[in-house]
Ligand binder design. Structure first.
Ligand SMILES: *[C@@H]1O[C@H](CO)[C@@H](O)[C@H](O)[C@H]1NC(C)=O
Ligand SMILES: *[C@@H]1O[C@H](CO)[C@@H](O)[C@H](O)[C@H]1NC(C)=O
Ligand SMILES: *[C@@H]1O[C@H](CO)[C@@H](O)[C@H](O)[C@H]1NC(C)=O
Ligand SMILES: *[C@@H]1O[C@H](CO)[C@@H](O)[C@H](O)[C@H]1NC(C)=O
Length: 402
């Protein structure tokens, strides 16, 4: 009798242990991580340990997630199915209604729309490198708790009115590498997203910065878009913005007072645009906190005295690879630019006559460092043309009458 009970007991114990064993061919890493990704399986294993917290099933020819296949995983918080062969209808209703599941990755799947069978408590959702072409008014209606949303690298060209309205908790949106133009967005697309802190629109076809963004936003990225002109007062309500980036874009013109109101901005990046407007003493008004200003690889040929004075916290200024031939000493007046410590001016067609001697002197003496004198080369006058500043002395910078 006792022996029978013992045998039954051992069988029960063995069964319980078996159910917590790592399902073949997956790899398990305690506590709670199960890696079935890239193993060639075509179905979700049915004996995944019930204490699993993070489950990877992606990079597999899995075509569906059935209603019961994950239902025992009451502690599952994150499901990564990126690269599974999932599409509309692949996730059965209820399959992801798990009490702890908040983080889902469906990147590199075949969905054309946002699936409506995601968990109600979804707070992190990734659908990168997919086939999304349009975001519908209803796309996020069931998911008001999303905080982090990454829809990069799709083919999105249209966003219907109200699409983002349910996303009142959204702080971070990546929607770069899509086909968004100005016409893709409804009016006030983000008006209800009052928690938003960061939007990344990089490498789309937008021709203007988006209007009426929530005033709490801190980071805006328009890198690689088709914006040609920044109009006066374009950002004036974005008083909490900290970083603003336009690099590898098409910006040609910055109108006076374009950055008015951006008193908290610390980083402004125009690397590799086509800026050719004169920098006037109104260009940078409002940028009293900017620490780093990238203007390298542009077409700037004229900087007026006073243009940089509003940038009183600026530490580094990147002006290399522009069309500068000369600069007046007042441009870099350190009574205004008290924090300036690093200056890049190489790869400009400098005209090294007596009017520019002060700048060569500053290579030796200024309170800021002028970087890479061996790359700062004179284009003229003839006597010094082609010479780098490390092989010239200030006294080589002469005018004809001297
Ligand atoms: C599964 O995913 C993890 C996390 O992304 C990764 O480190 C691992 O290399 C992947 N395994 C396979 C077999 O692809
Ligand atoms: C789920 O997590 C709770 C809290 O950590 C734990 O007490 C419980 O045993 C876990 N359930 C399973 C099935 O692992
Ligand atoms: C600068 O302007 C010239 C003349 O308009 C143009 O040919 C060149 O491509 C421009 N370069 C940049 C970096 O915008
Ligand atoms: C800007 O420059 C112009 C012309 O040099 C000058 O008249 C004006 O007072 C300057 N404005 C400011 C705010 O410094």
């Amino acid at each position: 009798m006792f022996r029978q009970i013992l045998v039954i007991g051992i069988l029960w114990w063995a069964g319980a242990v078996t159910s917590q064993q790592c399902p073949s061919p997956c790899y398990c890493r305690p506590p709670g991580q199960v890696f079935c990704n890239g193993t060639g399986i075509s179905e979700v294993p049915d004996n995944i340990p019930t204490d699993t917290r993070i489950l990877y099933i992606g990079d597999n020819p899995i075509h569906e997630i059935k209603k019961d296949s994950l239902s025992k995983l009451i502690n599952l918080t994150a499901l990564d199915a990126s690269g599974a062969r999932l599409k509309e209808g692949s996730i059965e209703p209820g399959a992801l209604d798990l009490p702890s599941l908040t983080d889902v990755d469906l990147s590199m799947t075949d969905y054309k729309t946002i699936p409506q069978t995601l968990p109600k408590n979804l707070d992190t959702f990734r659908m990168m490198q997919g086939n999304l072409q349009m975001l519908h008014s209803e796309s996020f209606k069931l998911y008001p708790k999303i905080v982090y949303l990454d829809l990069s690298n799709n083919k999105i060209s249209k966003i219907q009115p109200g699409t983002f309205d349910p996303l009142v908790s959204l702080t971070t949106l990546y929607i770069g590498f899509n086909q968004l133009s100005d016409e893709s967005f409804p009016q006030n697309a983000f008006a209800k997203c009052q928690s938003i802190l960061s939007i990344d629109f990089r490498f789309n076809q937008m021709q203007h910065p988006l209007q009426n963004l929530p005033t709490g936003i801190q980071h805006l990225c328009y890198v690689g878009n088709k914006i040609k002109t920044l109009s006066s007062y374009a950002f004036k309500s974005l008083t909490n913005l900290q970083t603003l980036a336009f690099w590898q874009g098409e910006v040609e013109t910055i109108e006076d007072n374009a950055f008015y109101g951006l008193e908290k901005l610390t980083l402004l990046d125009f690397m590799q645009d086509h800026i050719r407007s004169t920098l006037t003493n109104q260009t940078f008004v409002g940028l009293s906190s900017v620490d780093t200003l990238y203007l390298d690889l542009n077409n700037i040929s004229k900087i007026e005295v006073g243009a940089l004075y509003p940038l009183r916290k600026m530490g580094s200024l990147w002006l290399q690879s522009n069309q500068l031939t000369s600069l007046q000493p007042g441009v870099l007046d350190t009574r205004y630019l008290t924090k300036l410590n690093t200056l890049f001016i190489d790869s400009n067609p400098w005209y090294c006559d007596c009017k520019l001697r002060w700048l060569r002197e500053n290579v030796d003496n200024a309170p800021y460092v002028i970087q890479d004198p061996h790359l700062i080369v004179c284009q003229g006058p003839e006597k010094v043309a082609g010479k780098a500043w490390d092989e010239l002395k200030p006294s080589d910078f002469v005018c004809p009458e001297e």
